[in-house]
Ligand binder design. Structure first.
Ligand SMILES: [Zn+2]
Ligand SMILES: [Zn+2]
Length: 338
């Protein structure tokens, strides 16, 4: 029997024919990386390969790395495997990785979202025999609304806060979500950013992604001079001393997890905006169907439930253990398990 194109090891997803790993969680010689989030792009590998669009943020986060870039759709031969990277629609630069060995094709989705957001490269279905799919939001309760309607909710919230003389403090993950929200805002006054968000903004602007003007919050900034401003910061910063200079304020949080009422309540935010950089229930199914794959391996999220659902509908699905999750929207907040 010939070896599978990809295998699951304790260091990560491995390709024996090409002797490389995809998004490995322990240091390896050659790592192909789907995108810059910390659970996928980890430090310590000898060689990195990622899309040209993903590399600048990876270099910023990982420091000195030996890395090569690859264009979307470009094919490269690594040992006995042919690899190419295709847009995953998750965050700018994110990719699904296609691996072909002797005519058999496997695709690793990384994290993905099937609906275009106007900022990152739109998701592209890739035909394959076996598909390794994330399923962060693999429950029927997760159905996203059109992003235009979420954008108008956020813009209306900001306008109402301004009218009432309040700041709008919006919690969003610093890579991906923050920039997507920025691109959806109708400028109605100053937009201020936490350092973690602004550093990423600067890198993406340099790459040619279009973002509105933002002002980095420094100690010199006097909140009185920017009344009614909207402030974007990572969720962890919102409850900290850093955020206390902006008073009075209304707080909001933007995440797919805001779909769950219990989590909304526990986060003690004034507003929860349901918007995610991962596929919802319907998006996961559409993506899986469009690959034409017979074999589906599911990772991170509601894996057991999702694999069972697929098996009942004729796919050959199984759960594979990975160590993804832990950054950004990837992992369910502890409250989701209750
Ligand atoms: Zn991610
Ligand atoms: Zn992830």
């Amino acid at each position: 029997m010939t070896e599978p194109v990809l295998t699951f090891t304790d260091r990560g997803i491995y390709c024996p024919a090409g002797d490389f790993f995809i998004d490995p969680w322990r240091p390896v010689d050659r790592a192909l990386i789907t995108h810059g989030h910390a659970d996928h792009a980890r430090p310590g590998h000898t060689h990195y390969l990622a899309t040209d669009a993903a590399l600048p943020v990876m270099r910023h986060r990982l420091g000195e790395i030996t890395a090569q870039g690859i264009a979307y759709g470009e094919t490269r031969q690594i040992g006995g495997a042919q690899v190419s990277f295709h847009p995953a629609g998750h965050i700018p630069g994110s990719a699904q990785i296609r691996v072909e060995v002797a005519g058999e094709v496997w695709v690793v989705s990384g994290d993905y979202k099937t609906t275009p957001d106007g900022l990152c490269e739109p998701f592209e279905p890739v035909r394959c025999h076996s598909f390794i799919s994330e399923c962060t939001f693999g429950l029927p309760v997760f159905k996203w609304h059109d992003q235009r309607s979420v954008a108008s909710e956020i813009n209306a919230w900001w306008a109402a806060n301004r009218a009432a003389g309040r700041f709008s403090l919006l919690g969003a993950y610093s890579l991906g979500k923050a920039q997507r929200l920025l691109s959806l805002l109708e400028p109605q006054g100053p937009i201020l950013t936490h350092g973690a968000v602004e550093a990423t903004n600067a890198i993406l602007r340099d790459q040619g992604y279009t973002l509105p003007d933002t002002t980095h919050v420094t100690p010199a900034l006097n909140p009185k001079e920017v009344p009614g401003a909207l402030v974007i910061a990572p969720p962890s910063a919102l409850g900290s001393q850093w955020a206390r200079r902006f008073r009075p304020a209304s707080t909001g949080f933007a995440s797919g997890w805001m779909r769950l009422r219990g989590i909304r309540r526990r986060r003690a935010m004034d507003r929860g905006f349901v918007i995610s950089d991962h596929a919802d229930w319907d998006g996961l199914h559409a993506a899986i169907r469009d690959t034409g794959a017979e074999n589906i391996y599911v990772t991170h999220g509601y894996t057991d439930i999702f694999a069972r659902w697929l098996n009942e509908r004729g796919w050959n699905a199984q759960v594979v253990p990975t160590e993804f999750g832990g950054e950004e929207e990837d992992s369910a907040p502890a409250e989701a398990a209750e």
